[in-house]
Design a protein around this ligand. Structure first.
Ligand code: GDP
Length: 322
């Protein structure tokens, strides 16, 4: 296979969550802090105009109206009793409130010790499901687990070949049918193959839309039933893949995936270069789901486990990071 130009590009920054997400979050936090800094300088400490600027800054970072309002109210209440009236004080309060939002969401469950671990990747077309499937497969392989991929996105033109290309590069097997085939049939075959071959990890790339008029959510529910029938407890993990650049518009749709597809965690893609890092908070507060990974590029290594505490600090500009 011809070398992918992305692979030949100069080494991407590596090493830790901060290094990977810094670009995206740097833009977000610069905006928040600039707005806040100006407001604090103009006002006399943490007054209403500063709080308004804070809410506005949070909204522009895409934390969502509800979350921006709740965070600002929390700072308002605390600021009235605060003695320190400076930007670091607002920042510290906000950091605590952000950490509290994250702490309230359910924690990702520990990976069960099962012979075959089944992961579904769900989400709308273009969110990055196929790419994320490949990135997760690479991680599983690196953890010395045997992997099988299921190309169950039979709707999007080219999705099956795209997954196959990744699989070839990673030297991993794929179960595939033709384009337009029944996604549940692909899943059934993949589950059978995984059991027969004693595979440890089955990653299922699902469709964001269907060929038929059949409802996508019904199809995903059916796939869940098939998985559970064939492998007890499956799917063990259902990852909702969300594109950070579509911002809050995606959240309404995301709710349907949580309800109907039983999403257990989120992978937030395209955080590289997006100034919308605040969406992580909207996901925690409004979907009540943990973010498990963030995508920071198109390469197979561009997936990093989400670090909530580091994220909160990076969002508000951690002095140690730059
Ligand atoms: P799907 O329709 O959900 O399967 O989406 P794809 O996996 O085909 O991804 C859609 C596009 O987004 C592709 O061009 C991917 O290379 C790109 N993509 C996926 N994840 C990321 C990411 O984390 N960062 C960037 N910059 N691009 C991404």
């Amino acid at each position: 296979m011809a070398e992918d130009p992305k692979d030949a590009a100069p080494a991407r920054p590596r090493g830790g969550f901060f290094a990977k997400v810094r670009r995206g979050l740097f833009m977000t936090h610069t905006e928040i802090l600039e707005k806040l800094g100006t407001a604090v300088k103009q006002g006399l400490g943490i007054d209403e105009s500063v709080l308004e600027s804070l809410e506005e800054a949070l909204l522009s970072a895409d934390v969502g109206a509800e979350t921006a309002g709740a965070l600002t109210d929390a700072v308002r209440q605390r600021a009235s009793v605060a003695t320190r009236k400076d930007l670091p004080a607002v920042r510290a309060m906000l950091l605590e409130e952000i950490e509290a939002v994250i702490a309230k969401a359910p924690k990702p469950p520990a990976r069960p010790a099962v012979p075959l671990f089944v992961t579904f990747l769900v989400g709308v077309n273009g969110s990055g499901k196929t790419t994320t499937t490949a990135k997760l497969a690479a991680r599983e392989k690196a953890a010395s687990r045997s992997v099988l991929l299921a190309a169950a996105d039979t709707f999007r033109a080219g999705a099956i070949d795209q997954l196959q290309t990744w699989a070839d590069r990673l030297e991993l097997p794929v179960v595939r049918h033709r384009e337009g085939a029944d996604p549940s049939a692909v899943l059934f075959d993949a589950l059978s193959a995984a059991r027969a071959r004693g595979v440890a990890s089955l990653l299922v790339d699902t469709a964001g839309r269907l060929h038929t008029k059949k409802n996508l959510m019904e199809e995903l529910s059916k796939m869940r039933r098939i998985a559970a029938r064939e492998v007890p407890g499956a799917p063990h993990e259902t990852l909702l893949v969300l594109d950070a650049t579509t911002g809050l518009n995606g959240l309404e749709q995301a709710r349907r995936f949580v309800e109907a597809a039983g999403a257990t965690g989120v992978v937030l893609t395209k955080l590289d270069g997006s100034a919308r890092g605040g969406i992580v908070l909207a996901i925690y507060r409004e979907l009540q789901l943990p973010v498990l990974y963030v995508g920071v590029g198109e390469g197979v290594d561009d997936l990093v486990p989400f670090e909530a505490a580091e994220y909160a600090r990076a969002l508000l500009g951690d002095d140690a990071t730059h």
